[in-house]
Write a protein that binds this ligand. Structure first.
Ligand code: SF4
Ligand code: SF4
Length: 99
């Protein structure tokens, strides 16, 4: 299951850098979690890192995204493969095409 951030969020900025999947981002008002990137930290850590650091405990499980540990692990492998693909694509570009 992915996690979500409720409107109790106080925008303290602490969770965003802790996410190993870069799933947390600042939305229009509060921080949000991209459920396509959140693996509950499966593949990286034993416990969800954002939940560990949130000072107001506003990051529950997302009931809309029921996912088994196996599914979360598959999502983790997909994200890792994507990251490697992105890095490979950047390396394949000629120097002039790089930012
Ligand atoms: S549980 Fe882990 S992967 Fe999901 S948003 Fe929190 S830190 Fe990121
Ligand atoms: S740690 Fe909690 S309160 Fe702070 S930005 Fe993240 S969700 Fe919001």
């Amino acid at each position: 299951m992915a996690l979500l951030i409720t409107d109790d969020c106080i925008n303290c900025d602490v969770c965003e850098p802790e996410c190993p999947n870069e799933a947390i981002f600042l939305g229009p008002e509060i921080y949000q979690i991209d459920p396509n990137k959140c693996t509950e930290c499966v593949g990286h850590f034993d416990e969800p890192q954002c939940v560990q650091v949130c000072p107001v405990a506003c990051i529950p499980l997302n009931p809309q995204r029921l996912e088994s540990r196996e599914t979360l692990m598959q999502k983790y492998h997909r994200l890792v493969a994507q990251a490697k693909g992105d890095a490979g694509a950047a390396q394949a570009l000629p120097p002039a095409a790089l930012p």
